[in-house]
Design a protein around this ligand. Structure first.
Ligand SMILES: Nc1nc2c(ncn2[C@@H]2O[C@H](COP(=O)(O)O[C@H]3[C@@H](O)[C@H](n4cnc5c(=O)[nH]c(N)nc54)O[C@@H]3COP(=O)(O)O)[C@@H](O)[C@H]2O)c(=O)[nH]1
Length: 693
């Protein structure tokens, strides 16, 4: 075929109809015979400039040049590949080009060229997108696994492999079954995991969100969503997020907010919850439960004297001992420094008592810390549900007040809640408040009860007894308010006021020529004050009163509590000339051993024994024994509460030295006492004289 020949014209017409660029080449010359419109456009050359030029100029890659050389040498073959041509403007155009001989005329070749610019752009875009997706997949902190509808793994990221600890070779081998098997064997509950997985995979559109625990201790949150392509489900994406740290932190917070750091027991807050739940259950089952609150006795002394480390040790040991007292379902909590609580399920009064006994026994077993042996005790308060409280707070409050009563009752014991005791408590608080106001407003007074020589009838002393008339409460008996003051410690202030008033009165009488020793009652707490001896000395000095005109009445318990300390104090008081008497003798320890050691001058026989004489043999025997004992020890003995002549006669006969009581006079105000003693001396039943004993 030659340029312009009818065959060439026919071919030119034919290729013009093609959508792709095409040109005909004469194999012998290698020149272009004809080109279509698309070729003109693709190359940017007019058809007249195209026809006649060497085809090797249009696409001049080494491959094309070599091809055309081969054609000229008679080696007409086929060339088909992606290549690049240069547009007349100099722009490179990516193309797919095919060169082949025409059928029927091997010396003529047809070049067809497809512009790949758009296809290439789309492919580039796809690759960029894929690269971006891959980068996104790798940049997320979550492990991602993508599966198709059949469950085959189509993509995953490195974090997925890391979270599950899947060996790399399983993933690179694309061994899906091995990967799934690995995952199933890594979870704590493989069976449930497998069931759930199957259910999710079956429900193509299901979205699911769950927590998976791995045997490694890791906790994963799994979120899975269906994937769709062109509106149709195509598979599923699984995202795994590591929740281990978060869960550990939240568990730690939970632990801290519900348990006591030192002992690991529940704390007060958790006790509230446990108690509330136990009460709910008991209410549903029409059952009962007991709350025991216990406080270690004298724990402060352990801490102060042995140090906090040993104190902590004791608390830990206590926690362990309490655990041994629990039955199934019971709980124990540390609710304060040395306070613990036990919720004992399904017990009535007797069961609660047995539990309290168990606790007392467990705590009082000997302790050994750092080679030091000692014994702890505790005081326990018990409140029962539902009788002692409808809600947890009420039950705790009642168990706490019962525990306080156990303390007041001498410690190392237990007490049950007593309904009337709450009212007592309110009354005591009211009394305490009024007492403090009474002292500030000078509402207390002292009365003086005469003490007489049994044989002569002479008034040989006066016992100062406090009185209080309150504007609101009326006359309040010391028997009522003194125990409250002793509990609250206010007795120290009251005692000091009594000391001053009594010494002042004795000094006044002395100045008026009446040498009348005055006795005052001294409470244990007052006696134990570090400055008590100095206070007594100062008050005597300020009022210029000889110590011999002051007597301190002490109870036996004061002397027994810390005998060495008591002896030292009593000796100092004795050096001031102050006289010392034991009050309420016979009701306490009545031990000869301590009586011999202390500089005591007088014993007061408690009025409870006097009440029974002469008819009660036991009381009579006790009174006689006390009289004999005091004689043997060289002490005076005075009977208190003598109300009748038979009582006095018995005492005279028994050898008692002195007495006081309504038989002669109740406690009198200072003026009446003075008048009574000086102005109207009695002539019958004993002669009164103004002598000091
Ligand atoms: N620490 C202090 N205690 C004090 C003080 N004042 C009193 N008290 C103690 O209060 C308790 C009750 O005292 P009170 O009501 O004053 O009773 C005393 C006498 O009034 C009473 N008494 C005296 N004679 C008789 C009698 O013949 N019959 C009878 N039934 N009662 C009588 O005895 C009480 C004196 O007791 P005592 O002190 O044991 O000698 C009482 O415990 C007081 O001690 C105070 O200032 N400080």
């Amino acid at each position: 075929m030659t340029e312009g020949s009818p065959a060439c014209a026919a071919w030119a017409q034919l290729i013009d109809a093609l959508g792709d660029a095409a040109w005909l080449v004469d194999g012998a010359s290698g020149n272009v015979l004809a080109a279509n419109r698309a070729a003109v456009e693709l190359l940017g050359l007019a058809r007249e400039r195209l026809v006649g030029i060497p085809a090797a100029q249009l696409i001049a890659t080494p491959e094309d040049l070599a091809f055309w050389d081969g054609v000229r040498a008679g080696d007409a073959g086929l060339l088909q590949s992606d290549t690049v041509l240069v547009h007349a403007s100099g722009r490179l155009v990516k193309v797919s080009r095919r060169i082949q001989a025409l059928t029927g005329d091997e010396r003529c070749l047809l070049v067809t060229v497809q512009d790949r610019t758009e296809a290439q752009r789309q492919q580039d875009e796809r690759e960029t997108l894929l690269a971006e997706l891959r980068a996104t997949l790798e940049s997320t902190g979550d492990g991602i696994l993508v599966t198709d509808l059949a469950g085959r793994i189509t993509a995953f990221n490195r974090r997925f492999a890391q979270l599950w600890g899947v060996p790399e070779e399983l993933l690179t081998q694309r061994n899906d079954d091995a990967v799934y098997d690995w995952m199933r064997r890594s979870v704590c509950d493989g069976e449930t995991y497998q069931r759930r997985l199957a259910a999710i995979q079956e429900a193509t559109l299901m979205q699911a969100h769950e927590r998976i625990e791995l045997l490694s201790g890791r906790v994963l949150e799994r979120v899975t969503q269906p994937q769709a392509s062109q509106g149709r489900p195509s598979g599923r994406v699984w995202a795994f997020r590591d929740r281990t740290e978060l869960e550990t932190a939240s568990q730690r917070i939970n632990t801290l907010s519900t348990t006591d750091v030192l002992t690991g027991l529940f704390n007060r807050r958790q006790l509230g919850e446990t108690l509330a739940e136990s009460m709910r259950q008991a209410r549903r089952a029409n059952g009962t439960l007991a709350l025991l609150i216990l406080d270690l006795d004298r724990f402060k002394q352990i801490n102060d004297s042995l140090g906090h480390e040993i104190g902590d040790h004791v608390l830990l040991d206590t926690a362990e001992r309490l655990k041994t007292c629990l039955r199934q379902g019971d709980s124990v909590a540390r609710i304060g420094g040395d306070q613990f609580a036990l919720v004992v399920q399904r017990v009535d009064h007797r069961g609660a008592e047995a539990a309290a006994q168990r606790v007392l026994e467990a705590i009082s077993r000997p302790c050994a810390v750092d080679g030091l042996q000692f014994t702890m005790t505790c005081s326990v308060g018990v409140a029962l549900f539902p009788t002692d409280g409808e809600d947890g707070d009420e039950l705790v409050r009642h168990a706490e007040t019962a525990m306080q009563r156990a303390k007041q009752g001498g410690r190392a014991g237990f007490r049950f809640h007593q309904p009337h005791h709450d009212a007592d408590l309110r009354q005591r608080m009211r009394l305490d408040h009024a007492m403090r106001q009474a002292l500030a407003s000078n509402r207390f007074r002292l009365k003086y009860q005469p003490q007489l020589d049994m044989r002569t009838g002479a008034v040989i002393g006066a016992e100062a007894l406090i009185r209080w008339r309150d504007p609101e409460l009326g006359e309040v008996s010391p028997g009522e308010f003194i125990p409250v003051a002793e509990d609250t410690g206010f007795i120290v202030a009251i005692g000091d006021w009594v000391l001053q008033q009594a010494v002042r009165q004795a000094a006044r009488w002395r100045a008026e020529g009446l040498l009348m020793p005055v006795s005052i009652n001294v409470s244990a707490l007052q006696f134990q004050q570090a400055d008590f001896i100095d206070r007594v000395g100062n008050v005597l000095r300020e009022n210029r009163l000889p110590g011999s005109l002051l007597e301190l009445e002490l109870t036996e318990s004061i002397l027994v509590h810390d005998a060495d300390e008591a002896l030292a104090r009593l000796s100092q008081l004795s050096q001031l000339g102050v006289r010392l008497a034991i009050d309420d003798f016979g009701t306490g320890y009545s031990s000869l051993a301590y009586l011999k050691r202390f500089p005591i001058e007088r014993l007061k026989i408690d009025r409870s024994f006097i009440q029974g004489v002469p008819q009660d043999d036991s009381d009579a025997g006790i009174v006689r024994a006390i009289v004999q004992m005091s004689a043997a020890l060289g002490m005076k003995v005075i009977a208190e509460g003598v109300e009748t002549e038979p009582q006095r006669n018995f005492l005279v006969e028994a050898g008692c030295d002195q007495f006081q009581g309504f038989l002669y006079a109740p406690a009198l105000d200072a003026l009446s006492f003075d008048e009574r003693v000086r102005g109207r001396p009695r002539t019958t039943k004993g002669h009164l004289s103004l002598v000091a004993r």
